[in-house]
Design a binder for this molecule. Structure first.
Ligand code: 4HQ
Length: 257
């Protein structure tokens, strides 16, 4: 992978470069980086601040509490980091005002050669930076974080695991929730491992049957049933296949009894 260069290059612009680096060393993402499939660069705007104190924030015009990240050190950092990425790599700001990041968004980013993530702090960044050097805003959900770093890590994690060679089993990214079993995306089915019985609760017999067709059917039924119960929005307006409709009806009948 090294001779050909990484499959995906990511740059993160953050005031917490050491913390982001440490978090990236964990688990699946850490291994993807180790193997050279993903390359992550970090850029700390503090190192480009124009004064000796490394000032990157200032008071908000219009008043009120909270600081705003200054445009010049951020613009310089972004341009420096972007120069390490393939041409055309989008520059993305993590923000609660952004378009919602989801599995389709993860697949889109996984198809790129590179992208840049800007993680803000405090009240956010000077709006002119967004107009001038940012291509899009992404939100990981409707809640308020203290900074964009955790959001950037969420995006990198969801994207990295989709790249060829990152997960051990080539199919396993595809099989889970929001993967492609049936016409999906459905929620995941229940999982079990040993022991066979725990506090009187037994593993469903079918999973020990060795009947792979029956197991696949059971899992799809559970996935559909749980999706209908917990996330009806994911089912509403979707065309179910004949088999899926049958399995969902079966699930509901079994629930009643
Ligand atoms: N932020 N999804 C960064 C978020 C957020 C989100 C709040 C972004 C604080 C400085 N980012 N600012 N939700 O809550 O991505």
């Amino acid at each position: 992978m090294d001779a050909a260069g990484p499959r995906l290059a990511v740059e993160v612009v953050t005031l917490f470069a050491a913390e982001v680096r440490a978090a990236l060393a964990m688990g699946v993402v850490g291994r993807a980086i180790e193997r050279g499939v993903v390359k992550v660069g970090l850029e700390d705007p503090r190192s480009l601040a124009t004064d000796v104190h490394g000032t990157v924030d200032d008071r908000s015009y219009g008043g009120g509490p909270g600081m705003v990240l200054k445009v010049e050190p951020l613009a310089s950092s972004i341009e420096r980091a972007a120069a390490r990425l393939p041409p055309g790599s989008p520059r993305i700001y993590l923000s609660a005002q952004g378009r919602r990041f989801d599995q389709a968004g993860a697949r889109r980013l996984a198809g790129l050669k590179g992208f840049l993530l800007l993680a803000g702090r405090y009240e956010g960044v000077d709006e002119r930076l967004l107009d001038e050097v940012i291509d899009e805003e992404l939100s990981i959900g409707d809640y308020v974080l203290s900074g964009g770093e955790l959001a950037a890590l969420v995006v990198i994690d969801a994207v990295a695991r989709l790249l060829p060679g990152v997960l051990g089993d080539a199919g396993s990214a595809d099989q889970e929730s929001f993967g492609t079993l049936g016409s999906g995306p459905w929620l995941d089915w229940p999982h079990y491992t040993r022991p066979e019985e725990w506090r009187g609760r037994r593993v469903p017999e079918v999973l020990k049957s060795g009947n792979h067709a029956a197991i696949r059917r059971w899992r799809l039924k559970q996935a559909l049933g749980r999706t209908a119960e917990r996330r009806p929005d994911l089912i509403a307006g979707r065309e179910l296949t004949v088999e899926e409709q049958l399995l969902l009806d079966e699930y509901r009948k079994e629930r009643e009894s």
